[in-house]
Design a protein around this ligand. Structure first.
Ligand code: NAD
Length: 303
């Protein structure tokens, strides 16, 4: 059993922390939202009054925050002439699972290294369903021996553990994956709307495409059309899941990565434009969609 400090208990971090508790670890969690702490306590974990309290005596620190600015301020912001990295013991393994720019991950990892702290960037794929089921895929940047030291923690929360390379490499893999996910989700929503507009039942069309050359992850486990699949955000008014705002953040990271490397990413650029259009009310003039699940891109194509 390890003592784990867990910071950020949102849609993803909450169920990830609960899986660590179920695996027998002693989890001390911190979030800004009291209701999130209550869920962890109800699952048998402990809550802390601050991030500094959560990391005290921890063997592992896991963070799962919205964006790079949150991760930078969590680990690097000075308080009484010390940042959180200074408060974490050198033998502790620090695992940041947030999706952030590779450059920011490298900056925080370099600050950790300067202090002889061991840190990994370990963004995830698999969505809220994967976080709840403990089947996430981890894409990890950092030293191989640190990845091995943290393997039991990853395996309590996920099914696939990939070491992508040095610090920041996990974030590069995540940026590529989520750009492809946005393209697949947008294309799937467009295809289903086309079928429905031409008289097909969306469930029948989805079954056909799943077994045909258009088959993909969105059709298999995350159908964007309301009523086709049970238990997905599309069947609960696009609540929960992976927010449009977070997908726009990830696509913006991909566009920055493309600019930095001189790479052309036309499909990713179009997907980002469509998500921004959707967030801003779309062609149909509905409300700000930033807080809805990303499969709500279906609304751009169907009234
Ligand atoms: P979320 O907004 O539901 O949760 C973020 C949590 O962090 C909130 O509970 C918030 O209160 C907390 N928080 C923010 N600043 C904090 C601070 N300084 N100290 C403590 N807690 C703080 O977001 P999410 O959906 O859980 O996503 C988290 C990360 O995982 C993001 O980087 C996202 O891109 C990535 N991600 C999300 C999904 C998904 O399906 N939701 C899938 C893969 C990756």
């Amino acid at each position: 059993m390890a003592r784990i400090g867990f910071i950020g208990l949102g849609n993803m971090g909450g169920p990830m922390a609960i899986n660590l508790i179920k695996a027998g670890h002693d989890v001390v969690a911190f979030d800004l939202v009291e209701a999130a702490l209550e869920r962890v306590r109800a699952a048998g974990g402990r809550s802390a009054a601050s991030a500094r309290e959560a990391v005290l005596d921890a063997n592992f620190v896991v963070s799962m925050l919205p964006a790079g600015r949150h991760v930078e301020s969590l680990y690097l912001q000075q308080e009484n002439n010390a940042c959180l990295l200074d408060e974490i013991a050198p033998e502790t393994v620090i695992i940041d699972c947030s999706t952030i720019a590779a450059e920011t991950a490298r900056k925080v990892a370099a600050a950790a290294r300067e202090r002889t702290r061991r840190m990994l960037d370990a963004p995830v794929s698999g969505g809220v369903g994967g976080a709840e089921a403990g089947t996430l895929t981890f894409m990890i940047g950092g030293d191989a021996e640190v990845v091995e030291a943290a393997r039991p923690v990853f395996e309590a929360m996920g099914r696939n553990v990939f070491h992508a390379g040095d610090a920041g490499a996990g974030q590069v893999a995540k940026m590529c994956n989520n750009m492809l996910l946005a393209v697949l989700m947008t294309g799937t929503a467009e295809a289903i709307a086309l079928g429905v507009a031409n008289g097909l039942d969306p469930s029948v069309l989805s079954d056909i495409m799943k077994q045909s050359s258009g088959g993909n992850w969105a059709l298999n486990v995350y159908n964007p059309y309301p009523g086709v699949m049970d238990g997905v955000p599309a069947s609960r008014d696009y609540s929960g899941g992976f927010q449009v705002d977070l997908m726009i953040k990830d696509l913006t990271l991909a566009m920055e990565g493309a600019a930095a490397s001189g790479q052309s990413t036309p499909m990713g650029a179009l997907a980002r434009s469509l998500y921004v259009l959707h967030k801003n009310g779309g062609a149909l003039g509905h409300d700000d969609a930033g807080g809805l699940d990303f499969s709500s891109i279906q609304k751009l194509f169907s009234s």
